[in-house]
Ligand binder design. Sequence first.
Ligand code: MG
Length: 391
Amino acid sequence: MFSLKITEVNAVSLVKYFIPSHWGRLLVRIKTDEGYVGYGESGEDSRWGVGVTLIDNWAKQVVGSDPMETKKILRRIWYSMKHFGRDGITMGTLSAVDFALLDVKGKIMDVPTCDLIGGKFRDRIRVYCDTSHAEPLEDPESHVRVVRDALKRGFDSVKFDLDTGFRGREMLGWEPYNQHLRNDELKWMVKVTDAIRNAVGDDIELMVDLHGVYNTTSAIKIAKALEPFNLTWLEEPVPAENVDAMREVKRSTFTPICAGENLHSAWRFRRLLEKQAVSIIEPDLNKCGGILEGQNIAHMADLQYIPVAPHNTSTPVGTLAACHFCASIPNFVSLEWHGLREAAEWSRLVKWDGSIIKDGYIMIPDKPGLGFELNEEACLEANPEAEVLFT
Ligand code: MG
């Protein structure tokens, strides 16, 4: 039916996404001999130019291939990754290739990507808002303000941080290295959460992120102290690496435990899920290997009756790719959206009619592929170090 060949695969790193303080991203572009173009984005790990080197290296696995053979191309790259390790930056970069392949294939077949991967369970994707930093940090009211700001923009599900990061813990006089929770620190956490729950009422879903900085005993104390506030989840109460510790926290509390944003590939999720060490998983589609690997992970979770709420700190490119995945799995709960500051810039990075997020939801585009057009000129403007976007 189709006899196309992939003719180019290129990448650009450090797209600063219009905001100088933004982490920057790796974008990947795939072209075919008949002029079809697909785009992808990798997770935050790939931003230092390593991703560009990997794409240059993988080009020989991709160029000349039939763009219909998505899984075969991804598997060839997977085999070639054995010496690099199938983790971190390599899986993040592979995610970008997966997105670009599914984008270009959808365009060739003239169907949205979600129709290529099993079809939609839902037409719109519920998005929760990850709030930005509250200042002054020590004042519970400043945390209430950032949560209220998210609600004003139509979200009914909000996440805030109760670990204060290295700088915050030092500022507040707490040791940032020993993973130990002090009594005054726990008191502050309870005060902040109480102020937010009182301000927003019972119906709003609240999530708390701890970014894996506490030891098991400290994490259990936090999870139990937060039980009265009916959190939707407590995220990464202990570091990601020790599944037994995560399971111990989960079994000690009624507060649902969520983890997975720093696990790459279905292999890394296997023990976490088989041991029922979490209540919810949060794979990052830009890091875990892409949409197809994300479906493998979601299916494994479904076998354990564990729902999926993907982590997401992406530009609209990665976010829209994640939306097609979220539409395609039964056990989806909500997708993260990172920060309110970038909202106005969405329409510049991708060409889009109207606003992408409305009342806390993203509608799945009905256009072919991932459903957007990348504004390459705007990307170039945002990346002053580059003379051309894709080299
Ligand atoms: Mg997190």
